[in-house]
Design a protein around this ligand. Structure first.
Ligand SMILES: Nc1ncnc2c1ncn2[C@@H]1O[C@H](COP(=O)(O)OP(=O)(O)O)[C@@H](O)[C@H]1O
Ligand SMILES: [Mg+2]
Length: 512
């Protein structure tokens, strides 16, 4: 890390109608460091970096490069200042090869590089930084992880020095995430400045030299990676205030009703995982939202998978709607009225190359097949989807576009509409508002609470403690595959939950 910052941001303020996205933000970015920008959804991370990339202009504030004030009016300017950004939803041309996609992005050069030398450059750079990808492959043939490498190669070949990654791990598999952190390390070694936007604490602790936490548009603090731990980051991300929870009219409703879901002593053995679920006892009754708090990777995914039948139980019994369902298939569980909003909609619950309406049909093949499965009732698919979208208040992308080309927010909206279309009895919702704008997030929350008020049971998994506190009737906290606390949101503070999330029992006990 060099002693003088490469980039200095001072007093950056940016508002959108009704939202102060960035509020007097100061930030220093050095060459040779991975600087993590951490914060909940909506904290203002993307906005701040889009200002640096010339996508937005700040209302006020200053950016300096090597201590000289600069004015970044457009992404074109940013690239001239050698600032590059890998977006959450990057755009590539699927019908062109890797090399062609990269060439398209390169600035007009004084001399024309021929195809052969571009391929040679790609191979050199990809070898040096661990960005292995076949330059002759067509982009449509690549996985998300490989396409991300193409994005990084584009920036490197265009001579960027500052590389901004907006939630780059969002749709990567665990081994790809490790690979990305290795790429970070390689780039850092050569003096590149890396900004890593994420809301996942574990990832930040795994790779960041410095961490700036944004909360409600402001810098809550900057820590050295070596000095940070989950607990200090939680305190910065969520603050120490106790959130007011709105009253819940449904509170009494759940009493005396037969549970929709009962897990009794569920234990799993996940291959390659340090821990599976350990002795989980959990009940969800009609008309209640049970929120699961936890740092991601502490068994939340396995919990959802067990309920949905994707993960086998090594011990314990599962009941659905009062029936023993431990060995039920996923299809049977879904047909019994269980909906699933997954953590990674594109990777887990959708077929990117199929259209929006085909995705709807694929999730409910029995419901929509005609003539013994030989054809689909597209009319019914469309009208159910339409009705669900209207209830949710979402705008609709055309039915015929492949899901994979939609933005993250639109994919999330489609999955929500698909899963809510048939009035499910039990809903397993992973981060249901992630990637949504404020309005869509509010409608999604409203749909969950009104389903609850109409008697559905909901297992809500979220890292957004504010959301968990405001929606849940009961909260459980998961740590290392166990439920380490159960309470109502009225009886605990966000802070106490934060301590439990990091495996610590209370204020007095030190972690690590
Ligand atoms: N183009 C926009 N128009 C209106 N509001 C926006 C726009 N972009 C972001 N916002 C709002 O600004 C706030 C910060 O958003 P963002 O920077 O995307 O947060 P993060 O990346 O930390 O999740 C949010 O409330 C978001 O809804
Ligand atoms: Mg963002």
């Amino acid at each position: 890390m060099s002693p003088i910052p490469l980039l200095t941001l001072r007093g950056i303020t940016k508002s959108f109608p009704g939202v102060l996205a960035n509020n007097h933000v100061d930030l220093d970015i050095y060459g040779g460091e991975v600087h993590a920008l951490l914060g909940e959804n909506g904290a203002g991370k993307s906005t701040l970096m889009k200002i640096l990339y010339g996508f937005y202009r700040p209302d006020s504030g200053e950016v300096r490069l090597n201590d000289q004030p600069i004015h970044i009016q457009s992404p074109h300017d940013a690239r001239q200042f050698r600032i590059g950004m890998v977006f959450q939803d990057f755009i590539q041309v699927p019908a062109l090869t890797v090399a062609e996609n990269i060439t398209l992005f390169l600035p007009t050069l004084p001399f024309v590089l021929d195809h052969v030398s571009i391929i040679k450059r790609i191979e050199e750079v990809s070898g040096r930084y661990g960005l292995k990808v076949n330059p002759h492959a067509y982009v449509w043939q690549l996985s998300v992880g490989e396409r991300q490498k193409v994005e990084v190669l584009k920036l490197l070949l265009a001579d960027a020095r500052v590389l901004i990654f907006d939630e780059p791990t969002r749709s990567l598999a665990p081994h790809e995430i490790e690979g990305l952190f290795q790429v970070f390390a390689n780039l850092k070694r050569d003096g590149y400045a890396l900004v890593f936007i994420t809301h996942k604490m574990k990832e930040v602790l795994a790779c960041a030299d410095r961490i700036t936490v944004l909360r409600h548009g402001k810098v809550a603090g900057t820590l050295k990676g070596s000095e940070a731990n989950e607990r200090s980051l939680i305190a910065l991300m969520f603050g120490r205030q106790i959130e007011e929870s709105p009253g819940r009219p449904s509170e009494k409703q759940s009493d005396g009703r037969k549970p929709l879901l009962e897990l009794k002593g569920i234990t799993t053995q996940t291959e390659g995982m340090a821990w599976g679920l350990k002795d989980i006892h959990l009940t969800i009754k009609p008309g209640e939202i049970v929120g699961v708090a936890g740092v991601s990777g502490n068994g939340q995914k396995e919990l959802g998978d067990v309920v949905l039948g994707l993960e086998k139980c090594a011990a314990g019994v599962k009941y659905l709607h009062g029936e023993e369902a431990t060995a039920w298939s996923v299809a049977r569980i879904r047909a019994s009225g269980v909906a699933f909003i997954p953590e990674d909609p594109l990777g887990m619950a959708a077929f990117p190359w199929l259209s929006v309406q085909e995705n709807m049909a694929m999730a409910n093949p029995r419901m929509y097949s005609k003539q013994g499965g030989l054809s689909m009732d597209w009319q019914a698919v469309r009208s159910d989807l339409q009705a669900s979208l209207e209830r949710l208040g979402f705008n609709i992308p055309p039915y015929y576009v492949p899901l994979g080309i939609l933005s993250g927010g639109n994919i999330q909206r489609m999955i929500l509409a698909r899963e809510m279309a048939h009035h499910p009895k039990l809903i397993i919702a992973f981060y249901p508002t992630r990637g949504l704008d404020v309005q869509s997030a509010n409608s999604a929350r409203k749909v969950l609470t009104s389903s609850r008020d109409q008697g559905a049971g909901i297992l809500l998994i979220s890292e957004d403690l504010g959301e968990l506190f405001s929606l849940s009737d009961r909260l459980v906290v998961m740590f290392q595959g166990r439920i380490v606390g159960t309470s109502t949101p009225q009886q605990v503070s966000i802070n106490e939950v934060g301590y439990l999330m990091t495996g610590s029992k209370g204020e007095t006990k030190q972690s690590e």
